[in-house]
Design a protein. Structure first.
Length: 285
C-alpha cells in the first residue's frame, strides 16, 4: 500500500522557517503499526494522521519515529492549515479527537489555534542531575519546573540568548530524566528575544521520542506561556514564543499563545500559528 504524505511547515515566522510535519489526510484504513511505519519512513519529528470522527471534526493521531504520542502542537497546526488551504474546513470553531479526548480548534484566516488545558506544575528531585544533562556549571536551577497542559515538559529558564544557544545537552541523560518523569522533553528558554514585542526564546530537546532538537513545539509553548504568567509575572493575554532561531541550522518559528483566565487563574489556552505546505511524498507500507 502506498500512502500519500503532505509535508507542512508549522509556526512559520514570516514567510519561512517553522517546523515540518508529515500529514496523512486519509488514514481510516491504516493500522497503528502502519502509521508508525509511515512516520519512520517520513523521518520527521512527528507525522499526523487524519481519520473520520463521530465526536469531533476529525480524529487526529500523532506518531514520532519512535512511538505514538497524545498531542503534537506543530502537527495539529500543520494539519488544519492544510485542510483550510484545500477548502476542507472553513474559518471558525471546530475540534479534534485524540487518544486523550477532544480539544477545541479555531481556524482564522491563515492562522490555526489548538486548545490546551490548565497548567499542572510539579518539581524534579535531583537538580544536579538536570544540571549535568545540560552540561551547566554555576547556574541556578531553583526555578525550573515540570509543566503539563496536555504533555509534560521540563521548563528551564536561563539568562540571555547566548546561554540558551550554547547549550550542548547530554542527550542520553536528558532521555533518562525524561523517562523518569514521563516528559516529552526539555524546554530551555530565555526572556531575551530576537524581535521586540515577543516574550521568550526557546530550544526543545526530546531524545526520548527520537528528537534531538525541534524548531517549533506548540505543546511546549503553552506550558511556557503559563510559566511566564504564573511564575514570572508577565501580564499579557497573548504571549509570543520564538523557537528555532537558536538551533543550528536556524529555522525561525513563532508560536502565539492566548491565555484564558478565570478569576485570575489560567483555565485553558489556545496556541497557534501559521502553516505552509512545502511538498508531498509517497511512502510504501
Amino acid at each position: 500500500m502506498r500512502v500519500s504524505v503532505e509535508i507542512v511547515n508549522a509556526f512559520i515566522d514570516g514567510e519561512t522557517g517553522g517546523n515540518p510535519a508529515g500529514v496523512v489526510l486519509d488514514a481510516d484504513n491504516l493500522s497503528t503499526q502502519q502509521k508508525l511505519n509511515v512516520a519512520q519512513n517520513v523521518g520527521l519529528s512527528e507525522t499526523a494522521f487524519v481519520s473520520r470522527s463521530e465526536v469531533a471534526t476529525i480524529k487526529l493521531e500523532f506518531f514520532t519515529p519512535e512511538r505514538q504520542i497524545a498531542h503534537c502542537g506543530h502537527a495539529t497546526i500543520a494539519t488544519f492549515s492544510r485542510l483550510s488551504e484545500l477548502g476542507l474546513v472553513n474559518n471558525g470553531r471546530m475540534s479534534k479527537e485524540t487518544i486523550d479526548g477532544t480539544r477545541e480548534i479555531i481556524v482564522d484566516g491563515d492562522m490555526a489555534y489548538m486548545e490546551q488545558r490548565a497548567p499542572r506544575y510539579s518539581q524534579v528531585a535531583n537538580l544536579e542531575e538536570v544540571r549535568a544533562s545540560l552540561r551547566l556549571s554555576n547556574v541556578s536551577l531553583e526555578s525550573i519546573s515540570i509543566v503539563n497542559t496536555g504533555n509534560s515538559f521540563l521548563l528551564i529558564p536561563l539568562d540571555g540568548a547566548t546561554s540558551v544557544s550554547e547549550i550542548r545537552p547530554d542527550q542520553a541523560l536528558v532521555k533518562k530524566i525524561s523517562d523518569q518523569y514521563d516528559l516529552i522533553g526539555y524546554y530551555v528558554f530565555t526572556t531575551e528575544t530576537s524581535l521586540p514585542g515577543r516574550h521568550a526564546g526557546a530550544r526543545m530537546f526530546a531524545p526520548r521520542y527520537g528528537i534531538d532538537e525541534e524548531s517549533a513545539t506548540g505543546m511546549a509553548a503553552g506550558p511556557l506561556a503559563c510559566f511566564l504568567h504564573d511564575r514570572l509575572g508577565i501580564d499579557a493575554e497573548t504571549i509570543l514564543v520564538e523557537q528555532g532561531r537558536l538551533m543550528q541550522p536556524p529555522s525561525p518559528s513563532i508560536i502565539s499563545v492566548t491565555l484564558r483566565l478565570s478569576d485570575g487563574a489560567i483555565a485553558s489556552l489556545m496556541a497557534g500559528g501559521k502553516g505552509r505546505s512545502t511538498r508531498a511524498m509517497e511512502v510504501e507500507v
